[in-house]
Design a protein around this ligand. Structure first.
Ligand SMILES: [Zn+2]
Length: 66
């Protein structure tokens, strides 16, 4: 298949965008491969998304939130 390489788009700020964490069918985080229950967010609830956001910085946006 020709031309399958991704071409970076103009005006997209990659440095603040991170892949959105998700949980596999087996209950593991797709970002760090740790069990979902090890992801305690700042508010005390289990959330891979908020857990990793707290590590990456409050300004972090995940790709599906951009
Ligand atoms: Zn994780």
């Amino acid at each position: 298949m020709a031309g399958s390489d991704d071409v970076p788009g103009k005006g997209i700020e990659y440095e603040m965008l991170h892949p959105a964490p998700d949980v596999t069918a087996l209950g593991y985080c797709t970002l760090c491969q740790q069990p979902e229950e090890d992801h305690i967010g700042p508010d005390g609830s289990v959330s891979v998304r908020e857990f990793h956001r707290s590590f990456l910085g409050s300004h972090t946006r995940f790709i599906d939130e951009a």
